[in-house]
Design a protein around this ligand. Structure first.
Ligand code: 0X9
Ligand code: ZN
Length: 422
């Protein structure tokens, strides 16, 4: 089984046929090591994949288990009396179902688009579709431009939408990047919603946001990884070929040079949280860093790196249990975002630092943006859903519109808080 899994070539499509999505609603401290010991540590193996990269007590655990290993894993859970639910006994059929819903929305959207109704995309686009879509928007609106963010490790340029419709002097900048983790598809789609709203929205908030701030939104900063999720839906890292290893990819959210190589990141290229060979080694990370430095941290009212899933509004620091001096303000800004989100679709978002509410994670974007670039307000939202029970990284495209609405409301509230508490 191991050998056949390792023999897989990069071009082949990875199927999750017969894979069981097993949810342990709340792992106790005694159970953490049992669940961890069941899981693969090599991302080529794909027999027992722990979808939470760092499992801690009190959290739910989600295992994606091959058909060969499913009964064994369930027997171990039974033996230790660990309660679990089988969310799906054929995860590929869930992926396929979401894909077919996507295709339906896509065809309707294209028909509307071609007849001149350029409504918000309600389906997951490929990278090149997103780029075409951004270029079209930029063509239609004088204050919107597409610019190159950087070039990926596989040599493809990736892009951002910049919006400058400001009517105030010395406007601050808002920088929001999506798609750092390849499989978190709701992130780029939500970025597209926000892009569309900032450019075309007619609500008071939308108009106020574009007239008062300069926006920079690269929706997919891990373009190679995102492309690759069409072959392997559960891919997380970029597509760096690691020297001295046959394992591919660096976790772009462990590579930033602030607290790099600290706790919650791996030195193993086969791990999903591999930190990379050196701080800032990845071109995708450096591209965003260079821009933040060029804009200047003091000129940025809000920096966000948008992930899924869990419904969290994460606050620095991620790499240490220590709190920044201005933690109370950052937390209050996050609380304002969470309150605004709740008012839209009544969803709860938990606000706190990664070590307090998730796990410690070093070398992440928002630690760097605050610690190195000097942006005061930096966050890493984890979008819907709350649980693997609702699909985890794979959720129907019907989520895009409500996610966009709620996250834009959160962003507006967070910006307003930051602007009045500089
Ligand atoms: O592990 C991560 O990178 C994020 N969670 S995810 O499930 N989307 O992978 C949490 C990021 C915490 N933020 C930072 N440490 N910057
Ligand atoms: Zn992520």
């Amino acid at each position: 089984v191991l050998l056949s899994a390792l023999a897989f070539a990069a071009s082949e499509k990875v199927s999750y046929t017969g894979y069981h999505s097993i949810l342990i609603p709340q792992v106790t401290s005694d159970e953490v090591s049992i669940v961890r010991s069941l899981a693969d540590t090599d991302d080529r193996v794909r027999q027992v994949m722990l979808m939470n990269d760092h499992l801690v007590a009190g959290m739910e655990a989600n295992l994606l288990v091959s058909p060969e290993q499913a009964s064994y894993v369930m027997s171990i859970l039974d033996q230790f009396e660990i309660p679990f639910d089988i969310v799906s006994s054929d995860f590929q059929s869930w992926i396929d179902e979401v894909d077919s819903l996507n295709e339906i929305n896509k065809q309707k959207w294209i028909a509307d688009f071609e007849s001149g109704n350029k409504r918000k995309p309600d389906f997951y686009m490929t990278n090149s579709e997103i780029n075409d879509w951004m270029n079209d928007l930029a063509n239609d609106y004088s204050y919107a431009t597409v610019s190159t963010t950087g070039t990926s490790i596989e040599g493809q340029d990736f892009f951002q939408l910049d919006v400058d419709a400001t009517i105030v002097s010395n406007p601050k900048h808002v920088y929001i990047n999506g798609g750092i983790h390849a499989r978190e598809w709701i992130s780029p789609a939500t970025m597209q919603w926000i892009i569309h709203e900032v450019i075309t929205g007619t609500s008071d908030d939308a108009v106020r946001m574009r007239e008062n701030y300069i926006w920079h939104i690269p929706p997919v900063i891990n373009p190679d990884g995102y492309d690759y999720t069409w072959a392997n839906r559960m891919w997380r890292k970029n597509r760096r070929i690691n020297s001295g290893s046959s394992c591919i990819g660096v976790d772009l959210n462990r590579n930033w040079g602030w607290g790099w190589d600290g706790p919650g990141s791996s030195t193993d290229p086969c791990s999903d949280t591999y930190r990379g060979a050196s701080a800032d080694s990845e071109p995708e990370v450096r591209a965003v860093e260079d821009q933040l430095m060029a804009i200047g941290g003091e000129n940025i009212v809000l920096y966000m790196d948008v992930h899924s899933y869990s419904q969290f509004w994460l606050v620095p620091w991620g790499g240490t249990t220590e709190k920044p001096d201005d933690y109370a303000e950052l937390k209050a800004g996050g609380d304002a975002a969470a309150a605004a989100i709740r008012s839209v679709n009544n969803l709860s978002f938990l606000v706190g630092t990664p070590p307090d509410i998730l796990y410690v994670a070093s070398g992440g974007s928002f630690d760097w943006a605050k610690g190195h670039a000097g942006v005061k307000y930096t966050y890493a939202p984890e979008l819907r859903p709350a649980s693997a029970g609702a699909g985890g990284f794979v959720i129907p495209p019907e989520n895009i519109d409500p996610s966009g609405k709620e996250i834009f409301a959160g962003v507006v509230a967070n910006i307003d808080f930051a602007a009045s508490n500089p």
